[in-house]
Design a protein around this ligand. Structure first.
Ligand code: FES
Length: 253
């Protein structure tokens, strides 16, 4: 079943360079969404909807928060929307991160995010911390002006910031820090493909899950615009329907 909903923009702000945060008032998604799921948003003048991960939900207030980077005509158009305007949205879509398994009790979790891959890890980390897990976050950005949500992550996680140019936090790549963090039981990661490749290869021996950011077509499993090779077979997985979250060894990056 395709769930469609009109959502009213309750707030919209530029929170870092080229990065917009929108809080969307809605009835259903805020009650049903789990960490790692995404919204598929219609943008006037564009045939394809834009998949945007859920950065947070507030069930009591009935709101869902999204963050996106302005990186093309579609997101530019979306960024021009202002408070009180409505967005046409499908979702919550896809399969999110596994969270509430009994075997994970007392676990230490490492979140590794890069750029606009960080928002889904925020909702995930907050959820895991509420379940009593210790959460560590390593978050990578281009530069100081791109950093967002540092304080929000600090509320539930031991947080490390890395910038490519060293203008804030540690200098370098998120993978440079992975040897120095507290031992952890499982990792979750989301970010650009080169980062995911580096993270999964460095942590090949660990239990891990990744979320794939991908330009999508239908967003509901009906086309093949978003496929990724499945490990150990000659088949493919659909990111929009089978993912966007996969076990690290399940797909070939
Ligand atoms: Fe159509 Fe995934 S976007 S199958």
């Amino acid at each position: 079943m395709i769930n469609k909903e009109k959502m009213c923009i309750q707030s919209r702000q530029l929170i870092a360079a080229d990065t917009i945060e929108m809080v969307l008032k809605n009835r259903r998604v805020s009650q049903a969404a789990s960490p790692g799921q995404f919204l598929h948003i219609s943008v006037p003048g564009h045939t394809l909807r834009r998949p945007i991960s859920i950065a947070d939900v507030d069930k009591d207030a009935g709101t869902t928060t999204i963050l996106f980077k302005i990186n093309g005509s579609g997101t530019e158009r979306l960024a021009a929307y202002t408070e009180e305007m409505h967005l046409d949205i499908l979702g919550p879509s896809g399969n999110g991160f596994p969270t509430a398994t009994a075997s994970m009790e007392d676990h230490t979790i490492l979140l590794i995010g890069g750029g606009i891959g960080i928002p889904p890890l925020h909702y995930l980390g907050r959820t895991l911390a509420e379940q009593g897990k210790k959460v560590i976050a390593v978050l990578g950005f281009q530069s100081k002006s791109h950093v967002f949500y540092e304080k929000k992550f600090q509320q539930f996680a031991e947080t490390f910031i890395v910038t490519d140019d060293g203008s804030y936090g540690n200098s370098g790549l998120v993978t440079d820090l992975l040897d120095d963090v507290t031992p952890f039981d499982r990792y979750y990661t989301c970010g650009p493909m080169p980062m995911l490749q580096a993270v999964t290869s460095k942590l090949a021996h660990k239990d891990g899950y990744l979320s794939l950011e991908e330009r999508m077509g239908c967003g509901i499993g009906a086309c093949f615009a978003c496929v990724i090779p499945e490990a150990g077979t000659s088949g493919y997985r659909k990111i929009c329907k089978d993912g966007p979250v996969f076990q690290a060894e399940e797909v070939v990056l």
